[in-house]
Design a protein around this ligand. Structure first.
Ligand SMILES: [Zn+2]
Length: 441
């Protein structure tokens, strides 16, 4: 009797850890069991992936789904629906909600909520504050917790640990890799009076200048080396930091955002105004070129969207009253596929940045790799499909995207999570059945 599977993906071009191969994938009980399946094998469900690339389920390791918060902006149900429509199998969600996720009680609430309402799998960040330091060593081992997140410079919300004394205490509490928003808070505050309401939107990058980011990262690296505590520097935005971090591979990994790879100043502020304002800011072309160089020489470990939606009305306010943060979870994969088609990186490197990279940095168990025994998470992409990003496609309640009007070549056509097809051709299927991602303690 020949083999029988729950799901067979036939005729696709698979991006495997060791290269790209035309092979069939057999799935049983939500896991990959075979690569290379005889023609005689049968399955309950067969997906014909002829003409498509089969990628491991892509992961966005940096989103803010704003839940609990303002339901008119985003929620976990809507944000994870956006994720699967955009070809993501998992997202890691930040803790600066209202209220923030900073203790065991709120973490337990969120764990239960995710298991009821999420369309994709999720990792959860827990926020570090000056007052919850004694609890961090336990919190970082919580179910589904990808990392402790520290805001060393202020952004949206009230979470912040800005001084070296408390940062060192945080680093000495627990042992897993800590994720940092690295901008020097003292320099941010010192420069704020240099600007006033109604100044041009380009002032955003002048206020939060290169030195704010570089100084923040230098301070964190000194403390990380002193304490030996691994660090992940989120959304690195300057050429200086990317060069500097190469000398800190013993303690540091880093992320670059799709926005910093795609949008450039001053044009983004002229065309997008408040809808181009994010932290750290989109900067000039030299920094974008440095980011691409760092993608291609391996300096960068992960790429994220930093999906951080706000109400449209708020983004229309003059600078600096418009809040910082941009939507992006639904557009991350199409925009990155477009960069692949433009020759800026290989499809294999994109998969490395959106699967193997997050898995390595955060210690993901059983995901991020198209291999036997791993979760049957797949993103099927049509590398030839051409489409314009339209705001009507965006399902986040805030309803806008800074990539509206962008013509894309390469599009995610199916998202499969643990063997279940949750998105096919722009349609979300079934009911929310996302689970918490497992991390190695
Ligand atoms: Zn963020």
């Amino acid at each position: 009797m020949s083999a029988h599977y729950d799901l067979l993906i036939r005729n696709g071009t698979c991006v495997l850890p060791w290269g790209t191969e035309a092979t069939d994938v057999g799935v049983r009980n939500g896991r990959i069991v075979d690569l290379g399946v005889p023609a005689s094998a049968s399955a309950d469900e067969v997906i014909d992936a002829a003409g498509l690339h089969v990628l491991p389920g892509l992961i966005d390791p940096h989103v803010h789904l704003r839940d609990p918060g303002d339901k008119a902006v985003e929620t976990i149900p809507t944000g994870t629906k956006a994720a699967v429509l955009g070809g993501l199998a998992a997202v890691f969600d930040m803790p600066n909600t209202s209220p923030s996720i900073v203790d065991a009680e709120r973490l337990a609430w969120k764990q239960g909520y995710v298991e009821q309402e999420a369309w994709c799998d999720m990792g959860l960040y827990v926020g570090g504050t000056k007052t919850n330091i004694p609890a961090l060593a336990d919190l970082e081992l919580g179910r589904g917790v990808c990392a402790i997140k520290i805001f060393a410079g202020s952004s949206t919300g009230d979470l912040m640990v800005e001084d070296d004394e408390h940062l060192e205490k945080v680093m000495r509490a627990g042992r897993r890799r800590i994720a940092y928003h690295s901008e020097d808070e003292y320099r941010l505050q010192a420069r704020k009076p240099l600007f006033k309401s109604g100044d041009p939107y380009t002032c955003h990058m002048e206020w939060r200048d290169e030195e704010c980011a570089f100084l923040g990262t230098r301070r964190l690296m000194a403390l990380a080396r002193k304490t030996g505590r691994p660090a992940h520097i989120l959304h690195v935005s300057t050429a200086q930091e990317l060069e500097y971090l190469k000398d800190y591979r013993d303690v540091a990994t880093c992320e670059v955002l799709v926005n910093h790879l795609t949008q450039v100043a001053p044009e983004c502020y002229e065309t997008l105004k408040g809808f181009g304002v994010m932290n750290p800011p989109i900067r000039g072309r030299a920094h974008q070129e440095a980011a691409w160089k760092a993608i291609n020489d391996g300096t960068v470990d992960t790429v994220g969207s930093d999906h951080a939606p706000h109400l449209r009305d708020k983004k229309l306010l003059p600078w600096p009253d418009c809040p910082a943060g941009l939507t992006g979870v639904q557009t991350l994969v199409p925009v990155m596929l477009n960069h692949v088609n433009a020759g800026r990186l290989s499809l294999a490197r994109m998969v490395d940045l959106l699967c193997a990279g997050p898995a390595r940095v955060y210690g993901v168990v059983g995901k991020g790799r198209l291999a036997a025994g791993y979760d049957a998470d797949f993103t099927l992409v049509d590398m030839k499909h051409q489409r314009r990003i339209e705001e009507s496609w965006i399902v986040s309640p805030c309803g806008w995207t800074p990539f509206a009007g962008m013509d894309i070549t390469g599009w995610p056509v199916a998202t499969i999570i643990r063997g279940r097809t949750v998105m096919r051709d722009d349609t979300v299927l079934g009911s929310p059945s996302g689970k918490l991602v497992t991390f190695a303690g």
